[in-house]
Ligand binder design. Sequence first.
Ligand SMILES: [Mg+2]
Length: 364
Amino acid sequence: MSGVRKIIHIDMDAFFASVEQRDFPHLRGKPVVVGGRPGKRGVVAAASYEARRFGIHSAMPSLQAQKRCPHAVFVPARFDVYRSVSGQIREIFLDYTELVEPLSLDEAYLDVTENKKGNPSATLIANEIRSRIFQKTRLTASAGVAPNKFLAKVASDINKPNGIFVIPPKRVLSFIEQLPIGKFHGIGKATEKRMHELGIYTGADLRQRTERELIRHFGKTGAYYYKISRGQDDREVVPHRERKSVGVEETFVDDLETEEEMAHILKTLAKELERRLKKGKLSGKTVTLKLRYPDFDTITRAHTLDNYVFKADVLFRVAISHLKETEALKRRVRLLGITVSNLERTDIKREVQLWLPFGQGESF
Ligand SMILES: [Mg+2]
């Protein structure tokens, strides 16, 4: 092994909007805005390429989007559909490698340095994946192929939509040299402005600065800029192992008898569960109460909500309402537990939050 890695970044094209145009033919060719509602406060979750031509982009207030394109068609987001398409895509990725790191529902890094097909060409794999995604979902994806994550991510954007761009190791430095600083992934508008003020417009300019100088201006991130200006990025592709559920339970030496006792315990459990969900950056749609009677008869009661929850007061409310449907008070209780399943990572949940009225949505 030469030690050179082969990383692919796959990014679906205008994902949510493309799914809507696929499923509703009358939306094809039209400026489609997913999420938000015309004339209402809200935030755009996604925009079709036709809508982007009017300057509409995700996370923009719907009112502003409507102003930019009064004839835009607003449609509600269907996250269940997006999630299931995301699952189909993931299945395809896993045919090639277990080293799949999803960034969101429509983007992932794959490390195909060694792959299940024994295919030495990451470019061929990337194109095969794109065509299989299209066969399976009728949706297009773009791909970037490079020796590391940073470059693969930048590359997938270059020939978007429905394109691929490859940066072989020998082209890394020349590629970075000509790259405008604003195109560097991780350099936002504010940093771009500061770089310009410092006379840094391209990767070549960035590479001329010393590490010390960059750290002085940008703190710790300066060290990262120093490295990426040389095409170095050692971050590994970290596959997420999907957790199925998070739960807490407690068994009691003395059976619980009163509703107050049970409510008190459920409150404590809900608080602990919130702590664990937060720690794992998770929230879930299904809340399950587990309960064991003194004769070891064990039952569960599950309830699936419309949205993802993690807060203790919500978990408690669902659990206590289940408890009231059981024979807990009649038979007494030896064990209580609450579990949350149907989980979602918090960075995915952000997309769901785009749905919230603007007042709650603007915190990120
Ligand atoms: Mg995308």
